[in-house]
Write a protein that binds this ligand. Structure first.
Ligand code: SAH
Length: 368
């Protein structure tokens, strides 16, 4: 089956192999050239047709005549004191998007965005304040990875790269493009990032989880749980009214896992709201009742942007972790990387507010 080409039919970044085969045949050329082009675009990461030297000059000229390979353009890079780098990029289709490069001792993590803004309106998240500006195409999603890889080529050398689709937006709300991007990223003949190193994070769109469960190429799944009762979760995350905990966790149980693989439940700790001593046992009970193989990733709330929530105390974070461990639930605490440059979880929004204005053609305001 041929995947539809991205928004503009002349744009080749984001096209998969069948789409490229369709294209070269349409140009009156032999089909096998599609594989060569695919290799140049995703594995060799060239940005111009001119550099595809295994193709004949006439084919390169034909391609360059009517097609583009547009990556997001880096507008601004901010570096945190902990080495995290936040990229503001202009998306080829308009608007701006943020991606984050997080170096760790033994690996690198790229946090990329599937949308500009977000429609889901989680009340503790700054991206929500933008509303949904637009979906990104598969090429614009993969393009963020290519930009980050090239911009950090020397620093990245030899270290494995993890991709987390957890930046701005909700991947399962932009399902087709997000899944097309995962396929291109995971393809050993393309970008070549092993699927076990690609994680898609969702606020809990249960039907999307079920659809993803049936995909031939599946990322690891992370679900932002953030509460242990429907009452609290619905107050924090309106999506819970459509897909309450039972529905969500039932979908999670149907997500196929490789041996030793676990689902991740992200849990943003909000002081006085979801961080009390009653929560860990309720969380463990939910996991057990739904027979889930899961680990919990605790994320202390990142303040900023005037949201009406407070960071949990260090003691309550430790206690939450210890209680879960005592109940047999594997748990980790996410370090707040890049907070000084507003690159941490839930903080991708301020500079990208410019994205919305650019998307609707307004003058870009300056932000402090
Ligand atoms: N839509 C996806 C991905 C974007 S949010 C999702 O909901 O999973 C990425 C993670 O950041 C989620 O786990 C979310 O709960 C968390 N998050 C959002 N705002 C935050 C904040 N202010 N502080 C800490 N974590 C936050």
């Amino acid at each position: 089956m041929t995947q539809p080409l991205p928004a503009r039919p002349s744009e080749l970044l984001g096209a998969d192999l069948p789409a490229l085969e369709h294209l070269v045949e349409g140009l009156g050329e032999k089909r096998f050239h599609a594989r060569q082009i695919y290799h140049w675009v995703y594995a060799r990461r060239v940005e111009s047709f001119e550099r595809m030297t295994s193709l004949s000059r006439p084919l390169r000229e034909k391609l360059a005549g009517g097609h583009t390979l547009s990556r997001p353009r880096v507008v601004k890079v901010q570096e945190s004191s902990d080495g995290t780098r936040k990229y503001l990029m202009a998306a080829p289709g308009g608007g701006q998007v943020e991606s984050v490069w997080i170096p760790e001792e033994d690996r690198l993590t790229f946090c990329i965005s599937p949308q500009i803004g977000c429609a889901l309106d989680c009340h503790f998240c700054l991206t929500a304040q933008l509303g949904l500006v637009r979906h990104l195409t598969a090429g614009e999603i993969v393009g963020q990875v290519l930009v980050l890889l090239d911009d950090n080529a020397t620093r990245a050398r030899g270290r494995p790269v993890n991709i987390v689709m957890m930046g701005m937006g909700e991947a399962l709300h932009n399902y087709d493009n997000a899944v097309a991007a995962v396929r291109l990223l995971a393809d050993a003949g393309g970008v070549g990032i092993p699927r076990r190193r690609i994680t898609l994070s969702t606020a809990g769109m249960a039907p999307g989880i079920l659809r993803l469960a049936a995909e031939p190429v599946r990322p690891r799944l992370a679900v932002s749980l953030n509460a242990t009762t429907d009452a609290i979760r619905s107050r924090l995350m309106p999506v819970n009214r459509r897909y309450p905990l039972d529905t969500l966790l039932d979908a999670c149980r149907r997500y196929p896992l490789a041996p030793r693989e676990r689902l991740t439940f992200e849990y943003v700790l909000l002081r006085g709201i979801n961080d009390s001593a009653v929560d860990p046992p309720r969380l463990a009970a939910l996991i057990n009742r739904h027979q889930l193989r899961a680990k919990v990733n605790l994320i202390p709330f990142n303040e900023g942007g005037g949201l009406d929530f407070a960071e949990p105390s260090t003691e309550s974070v430790q206690a939450f972790r210890d209680d879960l461990l005592a109940l047999g639930v594997p748990v980790s605490i996410r370090r707040n990387r890049g907070r000084d440059i507003s690159a941490a979880c839930g903080q991708l929004a301020l500079t990208a507010a410019a994205g919305r204005d650019a998307a609707v053609g307004k003058k870009t305001p300056t932000h402090n």
